[in-house]
Design a protein around this ligand. Structure first.
Ligand SMILES: [Fe+2]
Length: 321
């Protein structure tokens, strides 16, 4: 596979990092200034489909910058031309459908930090690619930081070889509590009715089971979902045999509405979780959103989050198989 392409020019962005020889994110720009219109971009993507997909896997993240992408309709055309099948979002974030394959990224309060995660990591089928579009860049904060997942595994294995081995062998168990009806005052306030697409409890149970969860109903009308055993790390084909940190221990451990422990009920030591949180932050890559940016990332390889932001901020999302 040729690592250059005449239809794109490689650019740079503030905050990019070189990880194991690969620039993250790989910034792709119009080859000449008069090729920055949407039509030219769509043509370039169409003519270089396979190459473009390879770049996403090789660099884990590709940022299209300098193109005239204005709104959800334009973004949807970009998503469609790539030709990857849509995957429906299942998870705690309250989201609003905008246009065809395009959704808001998270309706929760901008003041909250959305912790690093692989998209839909706890669901049986998770997206291979997540595509984000920045319609309104935040005036301050609001970055979408991301982390090469294998780096987290490497460091954790270095610092906590025994703990990692034990958790790996036993597997993980998570619980998560969802309210009844959506509560947009919380970024994890997605009600179970919306999460499972039904108001019928029996049907919700059936759908939860199909996604690999057990459920318990709560006196307040909410639901507790129990997931496990789940993996600590995962290796995906074509990703250099890298062990991805494919779990959500830091995000769910010891929280009011969630928990993470070993599948046999053993607690994960607090200091291990704390240090893991630091490692994730240390390995993170930040860039500043610019209007019209489109970011593609390999959801198998990266954890991503959202920093607190001043309003306004509008970032839209599409998820693909
Ligand atoms: Fe996400």
């Amino acid at each position: 596979m040729e690592f250059s392409c005449k239809d794109f020019k490689v650019g740079k962005c503030e905050g990019e990092k070189v990880v194991d020889g690969e620039t993250m994110p790989l910034v792709l720009k119009p080859p000449v200034p008069n090729k920055s219109d949407l039509e030219s971009l769509l043509l370039a993507l169409k003519n270089n489909k396979e190459w473009f997909e390879q770049m996403i896997i090789k660099n884990s993240a590709v940022l299209l910058r300098g193109y005239d992408v204005k709104n959800a309709e334009d973004f949807n055309e970009i998503v469609e031309i790539c030709g990857w099948e849509d995957i429906r979002y299942v998870g705690p974030a309250p989201r609003t459908h905008i246009h065809k394959r395009v959704w808001t990224a998270n309706e929760g309060p901008l003041s909250e930090f959305i912790y690093y995660h692989h998209e839909m990591v706890l669901i049986k089928e998770f997206p291979k690619k997540v595509i984000l579009f920045c319609e309104i860049p935040p005036p301050e904060g609001g970055e979408t930081p991301f982390v090469p997942s294998f780096k987290v595994t490497e460091k954790m294995m270095e610092e906590f070889p025994e703990e990692v081995k034990e958790i790996e062998e036993k597997g993980l168990k998570y619980t998560f509590t969802a309210p009844s009806a959506n509560n947009v005052s919380s970024m994890r306030g997605r009600g179970w009715e919306d999460t499972f697409g039904t108001e019928d409890r029996k049907e919700a149970e059936k759908r939860a089971n199909a996604l690999g969860m057990d459920v318990e109903w709560l006196p307040n009308g909410g639901i507790k979902t129990i997931l496990g055993p789940r993996c600590l790390t995962k290796v995906f084909e074509g990703r250099k045999g890298r062990k991805m940190w494919f779990n959500t221990v830091v995000g769910m451990h010891g929280k009011e509405i969630s928990s993470a422990m070993m599948a046999d009920g053993t607690e994960i030591p607090e200091h291990v979780v704390k240090r893991c949180e630091e490692i994730i932050e240390e390995e993170s890559i930040q860039f500043k959103w610019e209007k019209g940016d489109v970011l593609f990332f390999d959801n198998y390889a990266l954890l991503h989050g959202r920093r607190p932001s001043l309003p306004p901020r509008k970032v839209l999302v599409a998820t693909c198989k």
